[in-house]
Design a binder for this molecule. Structure first.
Ligand code: NDP
Length: 270
């Protein structure tokens, strides 16, 4: 399928993990990719996309920096023309008991996960309105936008914030032919989960490498962790013409882990 032939797609945090899987999926369907991250390695990731025949560039951009975000969208327009799809995927997590949680941790988490989504959405919306073509915004939330896990109040707050922002923006830009939706990944194997497994594992009990993740995977009805490609498939659907009547929604990709707020990782019944 070449559903996104000639479309310009921006993916923040697009150099690895879920973001890179999303970039690969759009590239495989004909899109031109602008991937952004804070590390110099982003250009290597773009080169990998180009090896598959896609047009792609990597841009170093800290999503907490308004000027850098504006420069990211400038670069996208210079390279490929007006941005059609913007995926606000960049995110960070730290894990701390409330007594140990620092203001720096709180501020950094909100800055990347929530303010970063705001700055990118604002920039993308301004440009999509100006181009008159409309567009698609896809914001990365989390299972923690549904049900906060233990020892991550700052991360859960940042992701609940993403969900609220998604709903509010969807209402404001509906008549601009722009849809705004969010995705809640569950447990997806990436560097972030390596960190989660190690740190939560140490805090919740005597878990060896991989053991905490495996125990949480057993809570998933499908009994398997997700992969970036599962999240990417939903992002591609949301960005496709088939989804042009879907906006303001937050959709889980988690093998059924969260169907309500009733599951309780780290709680007494684990
Ligand atoms: P990774 O840690 O593998 O990747 C995070 C990405 O975000 C990297 O590309 C990183 O860039 C980028 N990033 C971090 N800070 C900034 C910043 N200030 N500016 C620009 N880019 C930044 O995480 P995942 O792929 O696992 O997560 C992707 C998204 O999915 C995140 O929003 C995360 O919260 C969410 N999520 C993930 C889940 C999972 O199970 N993995 C579950 C639920 C949600 P760099 O490499 O340069 O540091």
């Amino acid at each position: 399928m070449n559903r996104f032939e000639g479309k310009t797609v921006v993916v923040t945090g697009g150099n690895k993990g879920i973001g890179f899987a999303i970039a690969q999926r759009f590239a495989s369907e004909g899109a031109n990719l602008v991937i952004a991250s804070v590390e110099a390695g982003v250009e290597e990731a773009a080169a990998k996309l180009r090896e598959t025949g896609a047009k792609a560039v990597g841009v170093i951009c800290d999503v907490t920096d308004r000027g850098a975000v504006a420069a990211l969208y400038d670069r996208a327009e210079e390279e490929f023309g007006a941005v059609d799809i913007s995926v606000q995927n960049a995110g960070i997590i730290t894990i701390a008991k409330i007594d140990d949680l620092t203001e720096d941790q709180w501020d950094a988490t909100m800055a990347v996960n929530t303010k970063g989504v705001f700055l990118c959405c604002q920039e993308a919306i301004r440009r999509m309105r100006k181009s008159g073509k409309g567009g698609r915004l896809i914001n990365m939330a989390s299972g923690q936008a549904r049900d906060g896990f233990i020892y991550t109040p700052h991360y859960a707050a940042s992701k609940f914030g993403v969900m609220g922002m998604t709903q509010s923006l969807a209402k404001e830009v509906a008549l601009d032919n722009i849809t705004v939706n969010a995705i809640c990944p569950g447990i997806i194997k990436t560097d972030m989960w390596d960190y989660n497994d190690r740190v939560w594992g140490e805090m919740l009990g005597d878990f060896g490498p991989g053991e905490l993740m495996e125990s949480w995977v057993q809570n998933i009805p499908m009994k398997r962790a997700g992969e970036g490609k599962h999240v990417a498939a939903l992002a591609a659907f949301i960005a496709s013409d088939d989804a042009d009547y879907i906006t303001g929604q937050t959709i889980n990709v988690d093998g059924g882990l969260i169907m309500s707020a009733s599951h309780n990782p780290g709680g007494e019944d684990e």
